[in-house]
Ligand binder design. Structure first.
Ligand SMILES: [Fe+2]
Ligand SMILES: [Fe+2]
Length: 191
């Protein structure tokens, strides 16, 4: 793995996140709330599935870069993310073939069903698993953005977790069944 490049990309992403945090209305910390979890989960999956860790690491770090850089609409962030990452990786003189593989991880990160390679699958699944690692963030959405409470909030969270779990690839679903059940038990039954 080209650790120097991965480190440089991580620094770039963190710097962009700082800028977002300081100048946005919601001051959302993409690193602490989301990207670090996607990165960690994607590296775990890459190890288990024998994926190319360099491709997965770069894909995970850059997968939401269009949201962080506030380019275009949310619905198009996989498309704009690919464009931004292409420019960045070209600037770093990154190998053409590897670059295309990373870009596909970004373009196809929004559903594991779109994944055409094991690296793409690692990033797409990790994007979902990040929610399981930070359920508090989902709860913040329930309370602050959706303004739901009590029963409604529980229902919203149940649907969100269910949708996430169902969006995982078949093999990751299998691996995370227990964790998903534990999360549901904790957040949906005991509250
Ligand atoms: Fe995304
Ligand atoms: Fe994401």
């Amino acid at each position: 793995m080209n650790s120097k490049l991965v480190d440089s990309v991580e620094k770039y992403v963190k710097k962009q996140i700082e800028e977002y945090k300081e100048s946005s209305l919601d001051h959302y910390d993409f690193w602490e709330e989301h990207v670090k979890y996607v990165y960690d989960e994607s590296m775990l999956l890459a190890g288990v599935y024998g994926a190319d860790k360099e491709i997965v690491a770069l894909g995970a770090l850059l997968h939401d870069i269009a949201l962080i850089n506030r380019v275009g609409e949310k619905k198009d962030h996989h498309i704009n993310g690919e464009i931004i990452a292409r420019g960045l990786l070209t600037k770093f003189n990154y190998d053409e073939k590897k670059k295309e593989r990373v870009l596909k991880c970004i373009y196809n990160h929004r559903s594991s069903n779109n994944a055409q390679s094991i690296e793409e699958l690692c990033v797409a699944d990790a994007d979902i698993l990040a929610h399981f690692d930070n359920v508090q963030m989902l709860l913040n959405i329930v309370y602050n953005k959706e303004h739901l409470n009590g029963r409604e909030a529980k229902e919203w969270l149940k649907e969100a977790l269910e949708k996430d779990y169902n969006d995982l690839s078949v093999k990751t679903k299998e691996k995370y069944r227990y964790k998903y059940k534990k999360i549901c038990d904790y957040y949906l039954e005991n509250r």
